[in-house]
Design a protein around this ligand. Sequence first.
Ligand SMILES: [Zn+2]
Length: 541
Amino acid sequence: MDRIFYNGVIKTVDDAYPVVSAVCVQGGIIMHVGSDEEMLKYKTENTELIDLQGKFMLPGFIDSHMHMILTHYQNMQLDLGACKTKKEVLELLKAEADRHRAEGREHEWVNAVNFNQDYWTDDKNIPTRLELDEAAGDVPCRILRCCGHTASHNTKALQIMDVMKEKPGETKLNMKFLADGTPQGQLFEGDAELASQYVEVPSVEEYVQWIKEETANCAKLGLVAIHSDDLNMVAPGRDVQNVMDAYKVAAETGQMSIKVYEQCRIEEAELLKEFVKKYPRGTTFGTRFVTTSIKEMGDGSLGAHSAVLRGSYANDPEAKGVQVHSDEEMFELFQIAHDAGYPVVVHCIGDGAVEQVLNGIEHVQNNNPLPDIRNGVVHCQIMGTDQLYRMQRNNVLAYVQPVFCRADAGIVDDCVGPEVAKQSYNWRLFEDLGVHQSGGSDCPVEPCDPIPNIYYAVTRDNGKGGSWYPENAVTMEEAIRMFTIEGAYAGYAEATRGSITVGKYADFVVLSQDLTKIDPKDILKTKVLMTVVEGETVYEA
Ligand SMILES: [Zn+2]
C-alpha cells in the first residue's frame, strides 16, 4: 500500500460506511476503508503512514462554479473591493493614473475591478465619466463592478472604444447617457466588456503559469476540483484556443494541483458548433481537465438591476433587467449543445431568466430526448417555488453560492419584495425536492473558500446578528454534500470522485475541527490542514 491515513474522524459521504478512522491508498485510488486496526494490516515496508491525530477528514471540496482564469487576471488589476467610499475609489484611480504618467505609459489603461457601490458610505452612485476624468484625466480608465455586469469609463476610454459618438434612442449599446445626451460612462452586460477588446490575449505560457498558481491556491482552501468558466472571459472572442492549449499543457505536464471541470462559455452559434466538434463533451487532458458543460448567460445581476424578473423591481419599477439572448438565440445555442451531448449551465439571477432557460431546456429535450443530460441553472437566486418543481421534473441541477447571502440578504427584499424573496435562494426546498444542488463561490465574485460557503448554507447569517429566512437553510450534512459529491455529480464524476469510497480517486481534505460536531457559529474558525488529490498531498498547512 502506498499510503495509509489513520487515527482520523473520516466522514466518507458514503452511506455504506459513514464514518471510519482509516483509509488505504494505492496508485491514487482508495483501496480500503475501515478501522485503524483493519487498515494497518495492509502496511508494508514501503507504506507511508499518515497519522491524522484525531482530525476531521472529508472527501476533498469541489467548487461547482467559479472563474479561475478570470480570478488570476483580476488579481493583476487594481482592486477596489476594500473601498468604503467613492472618494477612496477616485483617489486610488488618480494615484494609478499618475503612476502611468510618471512611468511614461499614459497610453496604458487603468483597469480597476471589484468595486461595490452598495458598500460606499459617502455616495452610492457609480462614478460617471466626468468624475473618472477628474481622477484619471487623459489616461484611459475603466472600473468594473464586483458582479462583472457593469463598468464605468472615463472620456478617453470611451473615445478609444468609439462610444462617445453614441446617441440616446439610437445606440445599440446597453449604456447610460447624461442629461445633455452625451455618454455617461456606464455600460452594461456584454457591453461592459467592450474594453476587453483592447486587452492583449495572454500567451499559452502565461496561462499555464496562471493555472499552476491558481490551482495551487485552490488546494490551500481544501479544494480538490472546481468547475471553472474560463473561455471568452479575459479577451472575449480571441482567447479560447490559448486557454484550451494551456490547460492541455498544464494537465499533461503535472502543473495542476487540482482537477478542473470546464464550463465552456461560447455564446455564439457558429463558434459553438465549431467548438463542440473540436472538443466533444468529456474531452480530457490527463486526469485533471475535462470539458463538462456549455456555459451561457441568461441575465445580469441584482445589484445592477439587470437581472430579468417575471415581475418588476419593487424599488425601481422602470428597470426591466437585461436579457442576454433572445429566446430564438438561446434555444439555438441549447440545441447545438444538446445535440452534441453537452449539458448547458446558464447564469440566471432573476426568475424571468430562469423561465427562459427552463423553456429552452424543455424545448430541446422534446426535440431530441437524451438520457441523463445534466443541464443546470447557475446561481438560482430570485425564483418562484413553481420553478423549483419544474427543475425537479426536468432533472435540472442547481448551482448555488451560499456565501452570496452575505451581500444579498440586505438587498433582495428591497429589490423584489418579501413575497418573492422568501421563495428565493431556497436551498431547503431544492434538498427536499431531491434536486441535485451543488455549491460554489463564483470566484472572483467571492473568494473560492468552501468554509464560508458552508457557514452561510447552514446559518444564512444576515450580517446583522440574525438569519435571513432561516427556514431556507440546509443542514450541515447537506452542505457537505453540496461541496463534495454533488460537485462530482455535476461533473458526471460521481462514480470516481466526491466521496471516500473504495475504487474512487483518493481526494481528501483534512480540517482542524469536526464540522458535524461544532456550534455553527464556529464554522468560520475551521482551518484546512491538508489537501490530497489522487493520493498525493498537494497542500499541507
Ligand atoms: Zn460566474
